[in-house]
Design a protein around this ligand. Sequence first.
Ligand code: PRX
Length: 640
Amino acid sequence: MKNQISSLQEYLKKYQESVDDPKKFWGEIADTFNWHKKWDDVVDWYFEGEDAPNVKWFLNAKLNITENIFERNLPLRKDQIAIIWEPNDPKNEVIKITYGELFEKVKQFANALKNIGVKKGDRVAIYLPMVLELPIAMLACARIGAIHSVVFAGFSANSLADRINDAKSNVVITADFANRGPKSLNLKSIVDEALQNCTSVKNTIVLKHNGEKINFESPRDIWWHDLIKNISSENIAEVMDSEDTLFILYTSGSTGKPKGVLHTTAGYMIYTEYTFKNVFQYHEGDIFWCTADIGWVTGHSYIVYGPLLSGATTVMFEGIPTYPDAGRFWEVVDKHKVTQFYTAPTAIRSLIAQGDEFVTKHKLDSLKILGTVGEPINEEAWRWYHNLVGKSRCPIVDTWWQTETGGILISPLAGITPTKPSFATLPLPGIQPVIVSPEGKILEGNSVQGNLCIKYPWPGMLRTTYGDHPRCYKTYFSTYKNLYMTGDGAKRDEEGYYRILGRVDDVINVSGHRIGTAEVEDAINQHKKVHESAVVGYPHEIKGQGIYAYVTCAKLSDAEKLTIEKEIRDTVGKIIGSFAKPDLIQLVNGLPKTRSGKIMRRILRKIGEGDATNLGDISTLLDPSVVEEIINGAKVEVKR
Ligand code: PRX
């Protein structure tokens, strides 16, 4: 395949070229795409100064990303399967859709969107389960230049409303129901609730997926099947500028509400295709399966855009790993002869806990490459994945990246870069990571540890946070001058390999889901009996990190004491989504605060980790005795 590295030597050579002359490097890759007009310059950027950050790739070039998925690939791939859709219930029918068929559906839905007035630059919120109509809707938006804002279907009505309002979306695309294992979820009712607080939305497009009865409000609500009735699939793609927005995806940070991370057209396109082909070493005839939900960036980049741009066959799975039993992943791998399998460490750990026989009864002989993403993978999980799933013959790519980075930044190239358990290994070509001390000094050489930053732009990086450019600068570029700050700690070992150590800010990673502790606190505080709360992450065997909430409450009756924890959890579920419910709740009489009123999270984090041996100086606290009380009542075993 074009632009695919095939040896370590070639990687080293390409890496050097990408650093020595980034414009030449990315310009040559971009040459293999279809353009209406080519660029005047490859990149123009500054991370400091007026309106910083300013990052532009492929300046003034014109294109449409869907033409690079369809028109560019169709001559070779019209009848090749683009997506294999595996249903939640294995008794239901698998759908295999070719590039040719997908193209027709995308164009038709693009025309349907236009028919209800959606135009270039409009924001379309997509709140769908893992059904084929989700990538169809995304690509239809891209076809007409509308900006998609996909919201994971596990978010609550309140979170959905926040995202719709922030982006001022005028259309929401949803389904009647979502199927998740044995359960089904009435998505439409969640949308109805959200829309009570959204004035920008004119229409809701509703996919009939389960067919059960739902509330329907004409003329606002339109059935998907009615909308496309008699709509032609003749469609000419909107010509977009390289830097026109492709999508917004909301993500959590240490403070405030989630931010709309904004990605633009050309850079994201080139970066996702390049990283997909190289990291996973995709070859003709391979079947790639990324188990993420498209509601998160992993699904955007490695279920939809990266694979489809590359002309790959990608699997999309509606269900969950444990339904009907804990062997589902492996059954699907055998069924579709999956060659590359990409999942999260949390999924691996939860399957380890179910017993090896769920794996060993499957052949898994089609597998060539395994991948992980989303959180550090512990050595035990790595070995189980390598030995049991990969039968010790499949290289594992531990891919490090973020919503903001658009695609993978640090990862082995499968079968090319020698791997080491729990190391993301080396930066991809074009990526210039640095390790920075807390004082802002770049630590040169090997065997160093500190904050992971990137010193040169790459095409797939975020351009801004939607509607609030200063926030983008403040969050990512203000800590260290001229550097993009990732928020992760990392170590570079004696060989120059990177190991990601986890977040250094108030973001926690629960089952690969990124959650801001402040968001959870805000949600907990909405319970009427709660005065105050402090949330930290703590080590959790399956989830990687669990959520530990320390809460002060008004006086509770005996009856209230019995129900308060459940009520707090339900409050968080309602305000954010079930996945953000605290695992541990400890009711306390006071939180450790400095005299100026700041909560000392460091102490709470330590206690959550079960270690009170080295709490540091607590004499500056307003009331040091609360620490003793918290340790005594801790929900984990604490070493003193
Ligand atoms: O802390 C890092 C962790 O996930 C964060 C990014 O989360 P999100 O934007 O939701 O994107 C997740 C999928 C790309 C990072 O700041 N993370 C991601 N991949 C890894 C990781 N931590 C360790 N190793 C990884 N491979």
